[in-house]
Design a protein around this ligand. Structure first.
Ligand code: ADP
Ligand code: MG
Length: 339
């Protein structure tokens, strides 16, 4: 059996429907009307131990709600979750020992305590031996630079420092599976890189990871599987490499030339490609093509025959572009969410 199994997971919220303004509020007091919102509708998910899964989708798609359902913070309206055989919202204590959770928008740290004290409280909650606790802190210091944060009161931490400390809290007890909801949100690039390095190490250590993020750069090195959710439903579940291979076929070669050419010279040479001139007019061009029809090597070799090539840059589409197309409904991906 997989480490995590979710069947037909659904969460609906009841929202008060009220006319605007004070009149609306008063009216609502006497004559309550509600509408229901399905945040997550019929999600099936199975995660094997050691997998790293990227869980992506537009704002409001239901990512955070799914994480809350999977971790037992929220009870499902219908459906069931099991992690290592336990039902998270029913076996809270036992479950908390096998999972780690981080919500990028919220902290686990005790606001008025130094980071060290928050970690010590967690150590006691998880009954950790002093040796193991120290070893973990050392490990977190190496990648997250934890030591300098230990004496600082949580409310004085910057966002990046707070996230580093929160990652340590989520992973302190070496959980089998960790749920990271937007662990890089709002971070500047240097902290982001640290967090990404931490994710790579977690993955290498065999920790099972479920990661939601707005920055798909976070997932490229860590996750081999991508699950895309839209409007509460899973619209794609499969390999990240496959999505890229199938749907990110466009390549762009940017050329800086030492001699002059025209768009027509290049267009004649590469009829399969779209050629545009850059800012430098006749010395700068972009050749865009489908990688199934042409290669960057062939473009270079061809151009070198008719002009002097000074500089080359090759762009591959970012996974962002692919996912954006999926959101926009431009790509119809195979639905493998139903078992
Ligand atoms: N506690 C709640 N009460 C009412 N609606 C909620 C609640 N939590 C989430 N929602 C709604 O459920 C939908 C999914 O939210 P969420 O899971 O936070 O999306 P995401 O994390 O993908 O941005 C949104 O429309 C959101 O407004
Ligand atoms: Mg969210």
């Amino acid at each position: 059996m997989a480490l995590l199994e979710a069947h037909d997971l659904t969460k609906t919220f009841r929202r008060p429907e009220k006319d605007p303004g004070l009149r609306g509020s008063v009216k609502h007091l006497f004559q309550r009307r509600y509408s229901t919102k399905t945040a997550v509708g019929g999600v099936n998910l199975s995660i094997e131990a050691g997998e790293a899964v990227a869980y992506v989708g537009p704002n409001g798609a239901g990512k955070s709600t799914t994480i809350k359902l999977l971790t037992g913070i929220v009870e499902p309206t219908t459906g069931e979750v099991r992690i290592g055989g336990l039902v998270p919202h029913r076996n809270r204590v036992a479950n908390s020992r096998q999972i780690g959770v981080l919500f990028g928008q919220r902290t686990q740290l005790w606001w008025d305590l130094p980071v060290r004290e928050s970690l010590a409280l967690l150590r006691d909650m998880y009954d950790m031996k002093p040796d193991r606790f120290r070893a973990q802190l050392k490990r977190f210091d190496e990648v997250l630079g934890l030591d300098e944060l230990l004496p600082v009161v949580a409310r004085k931490l910057s966002l990046g420092q707070r996230m580093r400390a929160d990652l340590a809290c989520a992973l302190l007890h070496s959980p089998r599976i960790v749920f990271l909801d937007e662990p890089t949100i709002g971070l500047d690039i240097s902290v982001k890189d640290r967090v990404r390095e931490f994710l790579r190490q977690l993955k290498a250590d065999g920790t099972t990871i479920m990661l939601t993020t707005h920055d798909l750069g976070d997932i490229e090195d860590t996750c081999e599987r991508i699950v895309i959710i839209d409007d509460g439903r899973i619209i794609y579940d499969g390999s990240l490499a496959e999505v890229k291979d199938q749907y990110a076929r466009e390549r762009r070669v940017h050329l800086q030339l030492g001699s002059e050419l025209t768009v027509a010279d290049l267009a004649d040479r590469f009829p399969q490609a779209t050629v545009t001139a850059g800012a430098e007019g006749r010395r700068e061009f972009t050749v865009a093509f489908d990688k199934a029809e042409l290669t960057a090597g062939a473009v270079l070799a061809g151009v070198a025959q008719i002009a002097e090539v000074l500089e080359v840059k090759i762009d591959e589409p970012a996974i962002e572009d692919v996912v954006r197309k999926v959101y926009a409904g431009e790509l119809l991906l195979a639905d493998r969410s139903t078992p």
